[in-house]
Each structure stands twice: as C-alpha cells, then as structure tokens.
Design a protein around this ligand. Sequence first.
Ligand SMILES: [Zn+2]
Length: 245
Amino acid sequence: MSLKRVRKVLDAHLTKRALVLRGALGADRNHFCPACENRIVGFYRFGNTSDWGCPRCGSSPRERLVNHLISTQVLRVPENGSVLHMAPSELSLVRRFSVAREYVPADLEPANYTAARAHRVDLMTLDDVGRFDLVYASHVLEHVPDDHVVLENLHRAMTPGGEAWFLVPLWRKPTEDGTPDMTAREREQRFGQWDHVRQYGPDIVDRLAAVGFEVEDIAASSLNPADRSREGLGDRLFRARKPGS
Ligand SMILES: [Zn+2]
C-alpha cells in the first residue's frame, strides 16, 4: 500500500469514528444511506471527497447512487430474469440482485469475492447467447484487455431489451488505452491504479454505442440536489440497453 493510500485510509477511519461518536452523542441523523437504509449523521471523508463513506455499511457515493436509482425505480431489477453481477463487492447490490430468478455473481478472480459466492467468468471469452436480462459491471471495464471484445460478448449474452449498467472511473479528456508493454508502475502513474489498462473519458458512450447499445448517461449531478446531499450520491451510471422487445 502506498503512503498516500495509508493516509487516506487512516483519515477515513478517523472521520468515521468522529461520525459514530457524534451519532452516539445524539447529533441529528439528517442523512440517509440508500444502501443500508439507515438514518445517519453524515458520511466520512475519503481522500478529496468529503461525503464519501457510510459509517454504518461503508457504502461509496457510487454504490449509493445505484441503490437510490433502484429505490426510486429509475432502474429496475428484473425479478423474473437473469442477472450477471461482475466484481460483486457491493453487498447492498448483491442483496438487491439476489431476488432475480437467476443470479450469477462472477469475476475473473472469484476468490476475491467469497461473500458473494462468485463464479469464475472471463468476459474476454464469455460465450453466452441471449441469457442475461441485466448485467452490472462497476469498475470492471477499465481492467479488461480489450473492451470492444468484452462489450460485444456482453451484448450477445444479453436478451433483447436487456440492460447493462456500467460505472467506470472517468476523467474529462478522451479515453486513453494503455499498451501491453506498460509496466504496473506506468499504469499507476497514468491511469491511477496499477491494474487499470485504460482511463475512460465521456466518449465511453461511443464505445458502448459501437456494439449496438442504446446509451443513457445518468449522472448524480442531474438528480434532485436535496436527495443528492441527504444521501451522499455521486458518480455517474451508463445504462446500456440492447434494442429489442
Ligand atoms: Zn449505509
């Protein structure tokens, strides 16, 4: 762990303890976490983001955004359908997706996701056809060697009318792809994490559209400001729909 990361984690721990203490002393619980559905005093800081973590469940702004969009029925979990949940680390979403007829938590390295009982799935070689009504992949696409191949595989694996919900780290510049010869250190410097092989920009919507998806960009900044601050919502979700019935 880098020194910068150690500082971030320590700082998060301290601000989290302060929030728990304030709650115990009777401070107004005027915030709400849509991931664990608890009323809370506020969210703890992580790095440069002041309203980052839920002191009760540890949810991030993006995990809360997805939960908020499901609670308000902007997004719908297909209860009679099949859900592929990649990198299933957000346990609030494991709970929400588990209601589906078929729930497939999965990752290239399932041992990292024992709580969700993940299966091994390599998106580069996924060969399902017309199986999934919902695909959820948060912070996955920036790790895969060839995102065009992965998006084609996912599109084929989905049912007509099915949806994929993608979240990725974003910057304001156009997307930059790494090269196979980059070292882990170079990737960390250029893309912010040693195992990120690209950094997406707003043109991710073009990559999703290129394989046939209809894309909707749902940003936390477009939501009601009162909800946004009460629930500590952040980030943006790309809803990619496979045309069809
Ligand atoms: Zn929570």
